[in-house]
Design a protein around this ligand. Structure first.
Ligand code: ADP
Ligand code: MG
Ligand code: MG
Length: 207
């Protein structure tokens, strides 16, 4: 179906983007972490792409669930279980298909699960700073501004980008970067940056 194709296309685009940005993400993580975020995300999404390519007739929710399971098993560190766990749990919202309504539910559960598992509020200099504005903007664009999912995704990408930029001047209080305390100020968060690549890739392949 078109929906299955859309999920496959998004997965492929994310995997390509993570391969292209591997060094960039690693550079960001080397400044305030342990220099593995690029390798983690590239390895994870390469495995995701392989797995999803083998699932010929799987419905979209199963494909997305597989994205999550594979990220959890292939990516160690903080980002693997956070991204992977959220894809796994939120995939259930797509059981009756991908619609404007179910995609909003997916986005909301995704954010909720990252916050449950990572316990990071907005402003801790993590992926939550990118996911939160993206999800809130997506929801508002659909529910209040009556935009189509593709248009809402464009707004979400812009909001996500502002969230990424917001991580630079602030001090990390969660994750590995928090060990640096004030020395984390002035560096862009790698996880927020990979979130932007994911949201952008979904926008670029959305139909
Ligand atoms: P690790 O820090 O274990 O090496 P990665 O480098 O793959 O894992 O991922 C680091 C990213 O994970 C950070 O840039 C940050 O965005 C995100 N992160 C770390 N801890 C948390 C947390 N508690 N909640 C949300 N995101 C977090
Ligand atoms: Mg790291
Ligand atoms: Mg690590």
């Amino acid at each position: 179906t078109t929906e299955q194709e859309a999920v496959r296309a998004a997965v492929e685009r994310v995997a390509d983007r993570m391969a292209d940005e591997k060094e960039y993400l690693t550079d960001l993580d080397s400044a305030i972490g342990d220099a593995d975020h690029g390798a983690n995300m590239n390895r994870g999404f390469r495995a995701v792409h392989e797995k999803v390519s083998e699932m010929d007739d799987a419905p979209p929710d199963e494909l997305v669930k597989t994205v999550g399971i594979t990220l959890v098993s292939e990516v160690g560190g903080a980002a693997g279980p956070l991204y992977g766990g959220s894809f796994m749990t939120a995939s259930a919202e797509l059981g009756d298909g991908i619609t404007a309504e179910s995609s909003v539910a997916f986005a909301e559960v995704f954010l909720e699960k990252v916050k449950d598992r990572g316990d990071a509020p907005v402003g801790a200099k993590t992926m939550v700073d990118a996911i939160t504005p993206a999800v809130h903007t997506y929801k508002k664009s659909i529910e209040e501004d009556d935009l189509k999912p593709v248009e809402a995704l464009t707004k979400a990408v812009d909001a996500c980008e502002r969230g990424v930029n917001f991580t630079t001047p602030i001090r990390a209080t969660k994750g590995r970067a928090s060990y640096l305390g004030w020395r984390s100020v002035g560096h862009q968060d790698p996880g927020a940056t990979s979130t932007l690549f994911i949201v952008k890739s979904i926008r670029e392949t959305a139909v």
